[in-house]
Design a protein around this ligand. Structure first.
Ligand code: ADP
Ligand code: MG
Length: 615
C-alpha cells in the first residue's frame, strides 16, 4: 500500500502551534498561571517578573497543590482536571478548561513547577525544557504551587522579536494583574518586578480595592451599581462624569469573575451616560455580571476574552438599565433648571434670596419636578495599608492649562444684536451667590463656588503639609485665645505639627485648657480666626470616624471645608476669575475631596437638542 500523505503532527509541533494562540506574550503566561492559581482555590497569589516577563515569570499560590500523578500530566496537551464531559463545559465554574496553557507554555519556554498538596509530607519538582523529556523529583515545598517560566520564546526567535520593550510588556502584565486584582478583591495579591513592588494588596471590599489600585480620588468619585433581572445580576461601580478619561483604559467588565471584552455591553454602558459625556470622554467602570454559566459560552476565543450570551439583547438592556438606575438614584441623571434658565435670559444680576425649590426636568422621564438637594457623598473608603502602584501620570488627567486657557478666552461675540448688550469683559456670572456660570467653547460650565474653593484649599493644605514650609501664615496683631474642650485638645495635640504647617501658629496655654493663636493661614478671614480652628478640629473628628487612616487627608479636607467661601458669599468678577484660575491649577479640579462634582458642563449640543435645533 502507498504511504499516506497525511500524518498526525507530533505533540511538540502541535503544542507550538497551539502556543501561537494561547501564549502571545509574557502577559499571556501571567494570565494563564494566575487563572490556574485561582482555579486551585488560592487565597493568596504572588507574581514576580523580570525583564517584562521575558526572562522570568514566577507565580506562587497557596492553592490545592498537585499529586505526583497529576504533575506528570499537567504539561500534556488537553490534560485538565476541570472538565470531564461536555456537560461540565456547559456548567463551567473555573477559569480554565482547555488543558492547553501549560502544554503551550512548556513548548516555548523552560518550565519549573514546585508543588505540594496540603496533606502531603513533601512535594514535587518538575523540570521541563522544550523538546526535552520532563523530569520529576521529590522536593521540599510549601503547600500550594509555584510555576516558574524562564526564557520565553528562546526556541522561537521569530516570536521573541515581536515582543515589545520590557517596560511595555510589564505594562501589559500590570493591566492583567489589575484586572484579576479587581475581580478577586477577597484575595491577597503581590506583584513584583525586577525593580521592586508594583503592588501588594490585602483582602478588602471592592471599593477599597479600587481605591488601592486607582487612588482615593477615583474611589471617592464612584457610584455603586446593583441591579438584578431574572437572568443576570449586575454590580460594581461606575465613575462620575467628572472622572471620565480621554482613553478607554480603566474600564473593567467581568462575567462570573472572568475579565471579558464586549463591545455591545460597553456600548450599553456608554448609552447610560448619554449627554453626560463628550464623544472624546470615556467613563470609568468596574462592573461584574453574574450569570448562570449555562447561559454563556466562553469557548469562542482561545484566550476566552470574548463570550457569547444566549440572549444578547436582554444582556444589553440589563446593563443599560443597571447604569441608568444608579444614575437616577444618585441624582446624576442630568437635570436642567427651568427656573434658572428662564430667569437667566439676560444672564446678569439675578437677585439672590430665598427661592422656592427650583424645578427641574428629568431628562429620562420628561417630568418636571422640584429639585432635590443631592446628598453629600462621603467616601466610605478606609485604607489601612496603602499599597503603592507605580504608574505614570494617569492618562485621563485632562490638560489643565489648556482647559483654563479655553475658559479664559475672550467670549466670541454671540449673535450680532445681542453682543451690544453683553459687555465683552463680563465672562463670569454668579447665580444666587452660589454658582458661577462660564461660557465655554462648546457650552456652559456651571461651577459651585464653595466646592471649587474647597478643592483649591484642600490641595494647598496637602501641599503645605508635605512641604513643611512656614510661609502660609498671617500674623495676628493681637493673639486670640481659643477655649478647647478636652476632646478638641486631644485632637489639637495630635495635629499640632500639621496645623503649624498649614499656617496656624499657636501654643497651648500653661493650664492646657486653651490655645493661644499668634498667626493663622492666609485664607482665614479676619474675625473668624478662633472659630476656624475650632471648626477644623470638629470637622476633622467627624472625617476621622469615616476614614481613620487618612489623617492628613482629613485635616486638609477639614481645612478646605471650613475655610472656603460659602454659598451666599457674593463675588466680584476678579474674585471669580481668580477662583477659576486657581481651580484649574488643581490636580483634580473636577471633584471635591469627598467626590461631589465641582462643575457641571452643559454642551451646546444638549441645549440645541432640547430646543429642537438641528444645527
Ligand atoms: P486548564 O487550566 O485549562 O485545565 P492548564 O494547562 O492551565 O489547563 O493546566 C493543566 C492542569 O494542571 C489543570 O487542570 C490543573 O489540574 C493543574 N494545575 C495547573 N496549575 C495548577 C496550580 N497552580 N495548582 C494546582 N493545579 C494546577
Ligand atoms: Mg489553565
Amino acid at each position: 500500500m502507498e504511504q499516506p500523505q497525511i500524518s498526525v503532527l507530533p505533540d511538540h509541533i502541535a503544542n507550538q502551534i497551539a502556543a501561537g494562540e494561547v501564549v502571545q506574550r509574557p502577559e499571556s503566561v501571567v494570565k494563564e498561571l494566575v487563572e490556574n492559581a485561582l482555579d486551585a482555590g488560592a487565597s493568596s497569589v504572588a507574581v514576580f517578573v523580570r525583564e517584562g516577563g521575558k526572562a522570568l515569570v514566577h507565580v506562587l499560590d497557596d492553592g490545592s497543590g498537585m499529586s505526583r500523578a497529576d504533575l506528570e500530566l499537567a504539561l500534556r496537551r488537553h490534560a485538565t482536571s476541570k472538565i470531564r464531559s461536555l456537560d461540565d463545559l456547559r456548567r463551567l465554574q473555573t477559569l480554565g478548561f482547555r488543558g492547553e496553557a501549560l502544554a503551550s507554555i512548556a513548548s516555548v519556554a523552560d518550565v519549573e513547577i514546585l508543588t505540594r498538596r496540603h496533606s502531603d509530607a513533601h512535594g514535587w519538582r518538575l523540570l521541563s525544557s522544550p523538546l526535552k523529556s520532563q523530569r520529576i523529583e521529590p522536593a521540599e515545598a510549601p503547600p500550594g504551587t509555584q510555576v516558574i517560566v524562564r526564557n520565553l520564546f528562546f526556541t522561537v526567535p521569530a516570536r521573541r522579536k515581536f515582543l515589545r520593550t520590557d517596560a511595555t510588556e510589564l505594562r501589559y502584565i500590570s493591566e492583567t494583574m489589575i484586572r484579576y486584582g479587581l475581580s478577586y478583591p477577597d484575595r491577597t495579591w503581590k506583584f513584583h518586578d525586577g525593580g521592586g513592588v508594583v503592588f501588594d494588596l490585602v483582602p478588602q471590599p471592592l471599593l477599597e480595592r479600587i481605591s488601592a489600585l486607582f487612588g482615593s480620588e477615583v474611589a471617592a468619585s464612584l457610584i455603586p451599581v446593583d441591579y438584578q433581572t431574572d437572568v443576570v445580576r449586575i454590580e460594581g461601580y461606575i465613575g462620575l462624569p467628572a472622572i471620565a478619561r480621554t482613553t478607554k483604559a480603566s474600564q473593567y467588565l467581568f462575567l462570573n469573575h472572568r475579565p471579558i471584552v464586549s463591545r455591545a455591553l460597553v456600548h450599553a454602558i456608554y448609552q447610560g451616560y448619554e449627554h453626560l459625556l463628550d464623544k472624546t470622554e470615556h467613563p470609568f467602570f468596574v462592573l461584574f455580571l453574574w450569570l448562570d454559566p449555562e447561559r454563556v459560552d466562553v469557548n469562542v476565543h482561545p484566550q476566552k476574552h470574548e463570550v457569547k450570551f444566549d440572549d444578547e439583547r436582554a444582556m444589553y438592556h440589563a446593563v443599560h438599565e443597571a447604569v441608568l438606575q444608579s444614575m437616577r438614584e444618585h441624582g446624576l441623571v442630568p437635570t436642567l433648571r427651568v427656573e434658572s434658565i428662564e430667569a437667566a435670559a439676560p444672564l446678569v444680576a439675578v437677585p439672590s434670596g430665598a427661592v422656592t425649590p427650583p424645578l427641574v426636568v428629568n431628562r429620562l422621564t420628561g417630568e418636571i419636578v422640584p429639585l432635590q438637594e443631592q446628598p453629600l457623598r462621603r467616601s466610605p473608603t478606609q485604607r489601612s495599608n496603602q499599597p503603592t502602584l507605580r504608574t505614570e501620570r494617569p492618562a485621563w488627567q485632562p490638560a489643565r492649562v489648556e482647559q483654563l486657557e479655553q475658559l479664559l478666552q475672550p467670549v466670541s461675540p454671540p449673535q450680532q444684536s445681542l453682543s451690544i448688550e453683553q459687555p465683552q469683559s463680563r465672562r463670569f456670572w454668579q447665580m444666587h451667590n452660589k454658582y458661577i456660570f462660564v461660557q465655554t467653547d462648546d457650552g456652559i460650565m456651571i461651577i459651585d463656588q464653595h466646592i471649587a474653593h474647597e478643592r483649591i484649599l484642600y490641595e494647598r493644605a496637602l501641599d503645605a503639609m508635605e512641604r513643611a514650609a512656614g510661609d502660609r501664615s498671617q500674623r495676628l496683631m493681637f493673639p486670640v485665645t481659643v477655649q478647647l474642650t478636652a476632646a478638641e485638645r486631644a485632637i489639637y495635640c495630635e495635629l499640632e505639627d500639621d496645623l503649624h504647617r498649614l499656617g496656624y501658629e499657636s501654643r497651648l496655654t500653661a493650664d492646657g485648657a486653651s490655645v493661644e493663636l499668634l498667626a493663622v493661614p492666609v485664607e482665614i478671614r479676619a474675625g473668624s480666626e478662633a472659630a476656624s480652628l475650632r471648626e477644623i478640629l470638629e470637622q476633622y473628628a467627624e472625617y476621622q470616624t469615616i476614614r481613620p487612616a487618612a489623617a492628613r487627608d482629613n485635616l486638609a479636607a477639614s481645612f478646605g471645608c471650613r475655610a472656603a467661601i460659602k454659598a451666599g458669599d457674593p463675588l466680584t468678577q476678579e474674585e471669580m476669575q481668580q477662583l477659576i484660575e486657581d481651580l484649574f491649577r488643581c490636580r483634580t479640579p473636577e471633584v471635591c475631596p469627598h467626590g461631589r462634582p465641582v462643575m457641571i458642563h452643559f454642551p451646546l449640543r444638549e441645549l440645541d437638542r432640547r430646543f429642537g435645533r438641528t444645527s
